[in-house]
Design a binder for this molecule. Structure first.
Ligand SMILES: [Fe+2]
Length: 137
């Protein structure tokens, strides 16, 4: 495998790129959940999404501990979140979000072997899927 001495943790360029992409996704999710928390109709949902937002922030910091690179969140998804809430409706949007969380959990699995801290992130994403699904019951 291709190695680059300038990369942290002796990781491959491909691994570094994937960790960076993951870090960016987590950062974006912080804002996304914050925005969603502003438009939901119940205190229970609001608190759930604020909790998710905080945990996505922790995830970003886990990836940062590997990449050592400071990224800025991208606001695009956060901006369209309220729109999606009204267009799709709560049920379809929450289902989409839950699926995104479960998919993220699966997508992180292969990283755990080389980046063990990612396991706690993976477990959180699964739990996030359950939490968001739970809001539809
Ligand atoms: Fe996350």
């Amino acid at each position: 495998m291709r190695r680059n001495n300038k990369l942290p943790y002796n990781m491959t360029q491909e691994q570094y790129n994937e960790l960076l992409r993951s870090q960016q996704g987590e950062l974006n999710a912080v804002l996304m959940y914050q925005q969603l928390a502003k438009v939901v109709r119940s205190e229970k949902e609001r608190e759930a999404f604020l909790q998710l937002s905080r945990e996505e922030g922790r995830h970003a910091s886990v990836f940062h501990s590997y990449t050592k690179k400071v990224l800025k969140p991208k606001k695009t998804m956060a901006r369209i979140m309220p729109l999606l809430y009204y267009i799709l409706g709560k049920k379809r949007l929450y289902k989409l979000i839950a699926k995104g969380e479960y998919d993220a959990a699966i997508g992180y699995e292969h990283l755990i072997k080389d980046f063990p801290e990612v396991e706690s992130v993976k477990n959180d994403e699964k739990r996030h899927g359950d939490i968001v699904s739970g809001l539809l019951e």
